[in-house]
Write a protein of this length. Structure first.
Length: 237
């Protein structure tokens, strides 16, 4: 499915990617983890109901979680949260299956790298973001990585996107933010960038439409084909 509200593809000169739910198949991994921990409830949720409940709970918790992080940013307490997650990340042994790529993301990146400057803007901490890139051999693809503590504030505030645009030497209005949540859309619109949302992560189509995103794709893997088709149409017109 492709929903294109008013995305101006001829303006796009650079791409900014979220990580969780956009490049990394984080939501499915979180659903699987929660499901495994709730197996003792199989008598209450028989058959596929427990898995459906696990998925519902993960998607339900995403909104309050983002609100909590935004409030921490507003109150200048985010550095304490980041320090906690950094210590936790450094103490853990990271395994590749903790950081799965969304199917089709690698060939998409191979097609687009070289055509556009790219950057990552994520609410993840620095440690786990770098680990995700290292495990999936993406370090060379993303020379610019903006994590939760790179700027004073993180998404949905505009600062990290503006910083990424400055690092790429591209005006923010010529950047496209690719993400899976309303937080990504809010950050893009606040910064003056365009927004493209994907349904392979935490966000739901209805809420993403309401948030004002400029286009919606089923998966990040479709991005290269979507942009190629849009540019072909522009040339034909």
């Amino acid at each position: 499915m492709t929903v294109n509200h008013d995305l101006e593809t001829d303006r796009i000169r650079a791409l900014i990617f979220d990580v969780d739910g956009t490049l990394s198949d984080s939501d499915d991994r979180m659903v699987e983890t929660l499901y495994e921990r709730l197996l003792f409830l199989r008598s209450v949720f028989p058959g596929e109901r427990l898995l459906r409940f696990s998925r519902w709970f993960i998607h339900f918790a995403e909104g309050p979680g983002n609100w909590f992080l935004e409030m921490a940013d507003r109150l200048n307490l985010d550095h304490l949260i980041a320090a906690f997650f950094d210590r936790r990340a450094n103490a853990k042994v990271h395994l590749p299956h903790h950081y799965p790529l969304i199917l089709g993301v690698m060939p998409m990146l191979e097609t687009l790298i070289g055509r556009y400057p790219v950057a990552i803007v994520t609410a993840r901490n620095e440690v786990t973001t770098r680990e995700f890139l290292r495990i999936n051999a993406l370090e060379g693809y993303f020379p610019i990585v903006i994590s939760s503590q790179t700027c004073k504030k993180t998404k949905p505030f505009p600062e990290p996107l503006l910083h990424a645009a400055e690092q790429m030497n591209v005006p923010i209005e010529n950047c496209l933010m690719i993400g899976d949540t309303v937080t990504d859309v809010r950050a893009a619109l606040a910064a003056g960038a365009q927004s493209l949302s994907v349904l392979c992560g935490f966000g739901q189509e209805k809420e993403l439409r309401r948030s004002g995103t400029h286009a919606i794709l089923d998966s990040t893997a479709q991005l290269a084909d979507f942009l190629a088709e849009a540019h072909l149409k522009i040339r034909q017109d």
